[in-house]
Design a protein around this ligand. Structure first.
Ligand SMILES: [Zn+2]
Length: 106
């Protein structure tokens, strides 16, 4: 996973080139899902594939960044209208525990 402004391979420092585009499914409010196009880049030196990171989502998280930030900053809790049963309390607890790390991705 590399961020958009990085165009060198994190492994070997080689140049990255556009390889193809994949759709990533992200869960958002109201149990909806939407597909985010994500470009894959290939290293011209070692051939490693890297997925370009979208600003809208956190790596390895299936929820929308907006929802995650809301939870981490305490704006969304289990009592917030529309979020009562989603995401679950356990997930929210995990995000809060990772707060420092998550905020670095903003
Ligand atoms: Zn490389």
């Amino acid at each position: 996973m590399v961020s958009i402004d990085v165009s060198v391979c994190p492994k070997c420092g080689g140049r990255l080139r556009y390889y193809d585009s994949v759709k990533r499914i992200v869960r958002t409010k109201g149990r909806k899902t939407w597909k985010v196009p994500m470009r894959r880049l290939r290293c011209t030196r070692c051939g490693a594939l890297h997925r370009e990171m979208s600003e809208l989502i956190f790596p390895y998280k299936q929820y929308e960044a907006e929802v995650i930030i809301g939870v981490v900053e305490g704006l969304i809790t289990c009592e917030t209208l529309g979020f009562e049963d989603y995401p679950c309390e356990l997930t929210m607890g995990r995000w809060t525990a990772q707060k420092q790390q998550l905020l670095l991705w903003r």
